[in-house]
Design a protein around this ligand. Structure first.
Ligand SMILES: NC(=O)c1ccc[n+]([C@@H]2O[C@H](COP(=O)([O-])OP(=O)(O)OC[C@H]3O[C@@H](n4cnc5c(N)ncnc54)[C@H](OP(=O)(O)O)[C@@H]3O)[C@@H](O)[C@H]2O)c1
Length: 246
């Protein structure tokens, strides 16, 4: 008798909007079970089969809550986790929407950004290590073009947290590789979500491809990095930015 393939499982942070929401749709369409994590409870306005049972309400800015949630996530798994996508991210602006630079960013904001964008991925990856290893899974960290160069709208705390996340990807690829777990990053450029600032159109008109990215185009690359199509790829950061970095 032919063996029925096991349903693969993804844990995804920041699933409620933007790139995360598109990622839920992409993986669900491929038959994956998706465990979603965000601050809000499951949104009944946007249901999908099993959605409420597969949602974990978690504030990644609070390290104690992130550590607490590990047990809740593990209890929902069957001992195996095929992919962890650290997508949740925040990019605070000043009161007038201005960029927060290295001089104006207060330490509390800096810490808040680092907890969501950097420390939460460390805690989740370590906490789910055994399940990822059991499945021969993959981790994808969502960084940013702002991690590699000064961006006119992204603040200094955001940019440095993303640079740290890119370095973490390299370190984790080294440490998780022997467990059979691949670790990669994707660095989006200007993608049409609520994180964008007014004035982005001036950047977009100079991009080689001359257009904003769509969340689904980012989700496609995340999917590639979690699939068998990238089985020999680890420790890399893929630019998803219409050539913004050239
Ligand atoms: N859009 C772009 O052009 C762009 C460019 C470069 C990099 N990125 C990166 O791509 C990722 C997704 O960005 P996006 O544009 O899709 O952002 P978004 O639309 O602002 O969504 C951010 C997600 O993160 C979640 N989140 C925020 N704070 C959280 C917290 N404390 N705890 C748990 N979840 C939290 C939000 O959910 P709740 O509010 O429900 O908690 C939401 O689902 C981010 O890491 C971002 O830095 C985006």
């Amino acid at each position: 008798m032919e063996e029925i393939p096991r349903q693969r499982t993804l844990v995804l942070t920041g699933a409620s909007r933007g790139i995360g929401h598109a990622t839920v749709k992409r993986f669900s369409a491929e038959g994956w079970r998706v465990l979603t994590c965000s601050r809000q409870p499951f949104d009944a306005r946007c249901p999908w089969p099993g959605g409420a049972d597969n949602h974990i309400q978690i504030d990644l800015a609070d390290p104690n809550d992130t550590i607490r949630a590990i047990d809740e996530i593990r209890a929902k798994l069957d001992g195996r986790l095929d992919a962890l996508v650290n997508n949740a991210g925040i990019s605070p602006k000043g009161p007038e929407g201005e960029r927060l630079d290295t001089i104006s960013t207060d330490l509390r904001t800096w810490g808040h950004v680092f907890h969501v964008n950097f420390f939460a991925p460390v805690v989740l990856a370590r906490g789910l290590r055994d399940e990822l290893a059991a499945a021969g899974g993959a981790i994808v960290n969502v960084t940013s073009i702002a991690g590699a160069r000064v961006h006119p709208f992204a603040g200094a705390a955001y940019a440095t947290s993303k640079a740290a996340l890119a370095a973490l990807t390299r370190e984790m690829a080294h440490d998780f590789g022997p467990l059979g777990v691949r670790v990669n990053a994707i660095a989006p450029g200007e993608v049409e979500t609520s994180i964008l600032s007014p004035g982005t159109d001036r950047i977009v008109e100079k991009l080689p491809l001359r257009r904003l990215g769509q969340p689904g185009e980012v989700a496609d690359v995340v999917y590639f990095l979690c699939s068998g199509q990238s089985s020999y790829v680890t420790g890399t950061e893929i630019e998803v930015n219409a050539g913004q970095h050239v």
